[in-house]
Every structure is written in C-alpha cells, then in structure tokens.
Design a protein around this ligand. Structure first.
Ligand code: TRP
Length: 341
C-alpha cells in the first residue's frame, strides 16, 4: 500500500449561501484548518455550491458567497498543498454519481430525512392542502447529493454539526447498498465526527449565531462595523459595580472562544468584581480585532484578486478529479455502462 492510501481521509463541505461569521470560524473553519495540517490526514474541503442551489435562487448571492468562503479559508491559512480544496460544481463526476446512487436509494429513506420532514411539517401546520407544497426534488434528494460528495472520495471521517449526522448515516446506507447490489467494495462507508468540545457561539440576540436568525457577526467586517456589532450584543441590565454571571453570557462566551485559558479566567474575575458591560464590550472588541486584523487584510486582498482564487480552486478540482474520474469509470462498468470495446 502506498503512504497516501494509508492516510485517513477527512472530508467536509460548506454550503455557499452565506457570509462566514464568528460562529462558523470557531465551530468549523478553525478546527478544519488545524486538522488539515496533520500529516496523517488527507483532507478534502469543498464549496458545496450545488447544495447552495437547493435553498438559494439568487445567483448573485451564490456567486458572492462562493468567493467569500474561498477567500476566508485561504486568508485563515488553509494550506492548499496539503488539503484538496475545490468547488463541488467543478467535479462533473459528482452529479453523475448522484444519479447512480439515486437509482439504488429507497424513496422511503429520503421520506425520513429531517430537512424534508421539517418542510412537510411546516406545510401541515400552515394548513396547506398539499404537504409537499414548495418542496423541490433538490431538497428531497439532498442527502443523495451529499452521499455522492462523500463516497466519491472514499472519505473515512466527515466532521459535521449534529444536524448532519443523519445524512452521513444515509450515505453509509446508500453506499452499502451499492456495494451489495454490484458485488464489490466500491465505497468506503464514512463515519460522522461531531466534536462536542467545539464551542457553539451565540449571536447578537443571545440565540445560536446563525444566518437564519440574522444575528451574526461576520468574520471580516471593518473595524468600525465590528465595534458597532459588538456594542449591539444583548446583555442584562446590571450596572457597573454589580457582580455578573459568566454562565449564559454571550459576551463572555465569544470572548472565551478567542481567548487563552488565562485570559478567560482573568475575565471571569472581572465579572465577579462587577466590570461594566460597556467595558466588557470594549475589551471583546479589542481582543477580536487584534486577532482578526491580519487575516482581514489578507481577506481584503484576496477578494480583490478573484483570478488567484479561481486558479487555486482549479488546481484543487484537478486533484479531486484525478481521483473521481477513475472511480467513476469503474462504477460505469459496475452498473453496465462501460464502453463496448
Ligand atoms: N449539508 C452540509 C451542511 O449543510 C454541507 C455539505 C454538503 C457537506 N456536502 C457535504 C458536509 C459533504 C459534509 C460532507 O452543513
């Protein structure tokens, strides 16, 4: 076995509909970039732009988000010599595999997918006659596209949020079924990796930081905007001088995610000593700004140079296709779509 084939393959995709925020950084981007530096791992990170079309029919938004996400990962130091970094839509083998998998995937399995069930439940509670109202085939078949993303590169591990575990299980199910039907070990069955240590950040209003709640702090806004957003974070009405609780406090939680243990403990005593909210906000801003300044400059420069980002992604696609194309060729033979001669 070659050295490369003994490496653990870790793969994850980022749906390109949003602008990266502090919560994405802490929860996904930072650990992914760190993992990509481990020589015993081959990582595959991709812009899930075919997935973006499921929920977004605004071409400008999709296009902009793809550029922003790519620039963010590069600005934060993703090493693209190690990690294979590509756009899903640059790999035509993925939709082809999606079709092959769709043809062995039970419809009943898709009926049980959370995202689809939530959409049906919403129609039912709104009193709609048709429970499938407004639900596209894209949304319904989304887990099959995701299975193709994963199985195409024979990923062993897929780091995801809790809400995605079901999709990894579906990928195992579909991949296993294909292996069984066509009598071969075509696919490695993947495992979800959910890191409970990783912080989930709250947003401006104290709910989980999420694009859908419109409460995010984007990673790379100007200093001025960052200060303005930090000032908007909701607090209780305790006055300076009154001791404050760190538990459940959004300011403390965000500060902690960017602080060393010592810094965090020092802030904890400040809370006990009655530091004022205005002062906590100033310190949080200073702290974030100091850490984000350099990558923010790189980000701005990258955003001005889409040709560079394009060439990085083209190289990534070439490496990805060097693996995808031969596998796809094998799969065509497996199902009876090989060449005649
Ligand atoms: N569906 C994932 C999400 O919304 C993104 C994604 C698409 C993905 N394809 C993937 C994640 C493959 C892991 C592996 O977060």
């Amino acid at each position: 076995m070659s050295a490369a084939s003994q490496q653990t393959r870790v793969l994850t995709g980022i749906t390109t509909t949003g602008t990266p925020h502090l919560g994405n950084y802490v929860g996904a981007i930072k650990p992914a970039i760190a993992a990509s530096q481990d020589p015993s791992v081959q990582s595959y990170y991709f812009l899930a732009d075919l997935h973006a079309l499921i929920k977004c029919q605004d071409p400008k938004r999709v296009q902009e988000s793809r550029l922003e996400i790519a620039a963010t990962w590069l600005a934060l130091g993703l090493d693209t010599d190690n990690a294979i970094f590509y756009r899903q839509s640059d790999i035509p083998e993925i939709p082809e595999l999606t079709w092959m998998l769709s043809c062995v995937c039970a419809k009943g399995l898709m009926n049980r997918a959370h995202a689809y069930k939530a959409a049906v439940a919403e129609n039912e509670s709104a009193g709609n006659q048709d429970p499938d109202k407004g639900i596209t085939m894209g949304l319904f078949g989304y887990p099959v596209l995701m299975a193709a993303d994963i199985l195409m590169f024979n990923a062993h591990k897929v780091p995801v949020g809790r809400d995605q575990i079901q999709h990894i299980e579906m990928a195992r199910d579909v991949g296993g079924r294909f292996n069984h039907l066509f009598k071969g070990e075509y696919f490695t069955l993947p495992e979800a990796v959910v890191d409970d240590e990783v912080a989930v950040l709250n947003g401006l209003d104290g709910r989980k930081m999420s694009k859908s709640y419109n409460n995010t702090i984007p990673l790379f806004v100007s200093e001025k905007k960052l200060l303005k957003l930090v000032r908007k974070i909701k607090t209780n009405s305790l006055e300076p001088g009154e001791p404050k609780d760190t538990e459940g406090c959004t300011l403390f939680q965000i500060y902690s995610a960017f602080a060393t243990r010592e810094e965090r403990e020092a802030m904890r005593s400040e809370y006990a000593n009655g530091i004022g909210w205005g002062e906590v906000k100033n310190r949080l801003f200073e702290h974030l700004d100091a850490q984000l300044r350099e990558p923010r400059e790189r980000y701005m420069a990258l955003m001005e140079d889409p040709a560079h980002i394009e060439s990085v992604l083209q190289k990534g696609a070439e490496r990805a296709r060097a693996e995808a194309a031969p596998l796809m060729d094998k799969l065509r033979y497996a199902v009876g779509l090989g060449r005649f001669v």
